[in-house]
Ligand binder design. Structure first.
Ligand SMILES: [Zn+2]
Length: 418
């Protein structure tokens, strides 16, 4: 079973910024902002002092903020003593990449070797976080709340279910591109369900109760109390916009549970899920024209990998993830620029990809490492050039042929940028 995300790293970088300097970072000029980001990421595990003067220690779960401390005490009273281990186990069980805050605080990086400059996307993420009360951010993060819409879509969403229907503004484009991908690739994608995830689950006690019960393995009565607490936090903080703040859904992912030994996971259908937040972000950074289709191409690339068993390699840890992510970048760009795929303008696709690859994924030691911006752009540019060559003959390469060509050029993509 695999599941993969595209956008987590964006939140990570900005949460780290926000954790150290609060809203002030959002208005900082680029150079100091980058410095702040670097600084915060090298202080992994330490307690952050937010703009409100309170200390929030994401590693230990302690805070000097009385409101957040009281909420967490309530959370602890409703959950078993090993609740944080259960949270981690759920992430691993369902293949959900660690949530932004936890990941941000646990990483060490070496920013000197690679280029990771702050971007328009960082500014967007800073903007959506700036108005959130640090207290809410902390409590929700501790509880794993920023992953709740992901779990909801993963566990309970289905294509055609009204709660996970694509919004009107993206429905036609995503649906037709998805169908084109199903036809383009030599894999059976007929069982993949395309759906949305919306933040409204964050204010829905019944839906939160069922997912909290699964995540933490607690009785429904305790799950319902926790759900009520989450709804209170989400609806009382205007910065969270009742769950509609894009931070809750700033993600798209491909999921397959096929062959997983866990019967609950293997019973879930293959999915390709688009968060409202990611679509909003793509618009905000000026790539609303081709961005969503490029993301769809990437995520569908992961489904090709599931189908053809391309996740297996001698690599492990971050290098293994980087390989499959760069492959998804290459496969996705191959599909969206190929004449028999989406036939999008190559120059425009690469421009758009460049702006969202520059998310600043400098977390080289993270298991979720997607590759640096330059590595990702190299992989995509390569995918587009293979499409340009292939389409002269009007052919779509078998996915395994494309993979073997990819494996032979991968070492060039991952050479250090310096
Ligand atoms: Zn991916």
């Amino acid at each position: 079973m695999r599941m993969t995300t595209t956008w987590t790293t964006a939140i990570v970088a900005s949460l780290a910024i926000s954790g150290i300097t609060g809203a002030a970072a959002a208005s900082a000029a680029s150079a100091p902002q980058m410095q702040t980001q670097t600084q915060s990421q090298t202080r992994a595990g330490s307690a952050f002092v937010a703009a409100d003067g309170h200390t929030y220690d994401y590693a230990s779960g302690t805070t000097s903020d009385p409101r957040a401390a009281a909420l967490l005490a309530k959370v602890r009273s409703l959950l078993p003593a090993d609740w944080r281990a259960r949270q981690a186990a759920a992430l691993s069980r369902f293949g959900v990449e660690p949530s932004a805050a936890q990941d941000a605080l646990g990483r060490a990086i070496d920013p000197t070797q690679y280029q990771c400059a702050p971007t328009r996307l960082d500014a967007f993420v800073d903007g959506i976080i700036a108005d959130i009360d640090p207290s809410s951010l902390f409590v929700l993060s501790m509880l794993g709340g920023f992953d709740f819409p992901t779990y909801d879509a993963l566990l309970f969403g289905s294509q055609g279910d009204a709660l996970h229907a694509l919004t009107k503004s993206s429905r036609n484009e995503l649906t037709s591109s998805f169908r084109a991908a199903q036809k383009f690739w030599d894999t059976d994608g007929s069982d993949i369900q395309l759906m949305a995830m919306h933040g409204d689950v964050m204010r829905d006690p019944a839906r939160l109760t069922r997912l909290i019960a699964v995540l933490y393995g607690v009785p429904d009565s305790d799950a319902a109390e926790l759900a009520g607490l989450v709804v209170d936090v989400v609806t009382s903080d205007p910065g969270l916009d009742g769950g509609d703040n894009p931070i809750f859904t700033l993600n798209a992912f491909a999921f397959s549970g096929a062959g997983d030994p866990d019967p609950i996971i293997s019973s879930l259908p293959d999915k390709l899920v688009f968060g409202d937040g990611i679509l909003e972000a793509l618009d905000a950074i000026g790539v609303g024209d081709v961005g969503p289709r490029a993301v769809l191409g990437h995520e569908y690339g992961h489904h090709v990998q599931y189908d053809k068993d391309l996740f297996a390699s001698p690599l492990t840890g971050p290098e293994a993830t980087r390989r499959t992510e760069l492959m998804a970048d290459a496969f996705g760009t191959y599909f969206v620029t190929h004449k028999r795929g989406l036939a999008l303008n190559t120059k425009r696709v690469l421009e758009a990809e460049q702006s969202f690859y520059q998310v600043g994924d400098c977390s080289f030691t993270s298991a979720g490492h997607h590759g640096t911006p330059n590595q990702r752009l190299r992989a995509s540019t390569w995918g587009a050039s293979v499409a340009a060559d292939a389409q002269k003959q009007g052919q779509v390469l078998p996915s395994l042929t494309l993979d073997s060509r990819f494996e032979s050029v991968l070492p060039q993509f991952v050479a250090p940028d310096a």
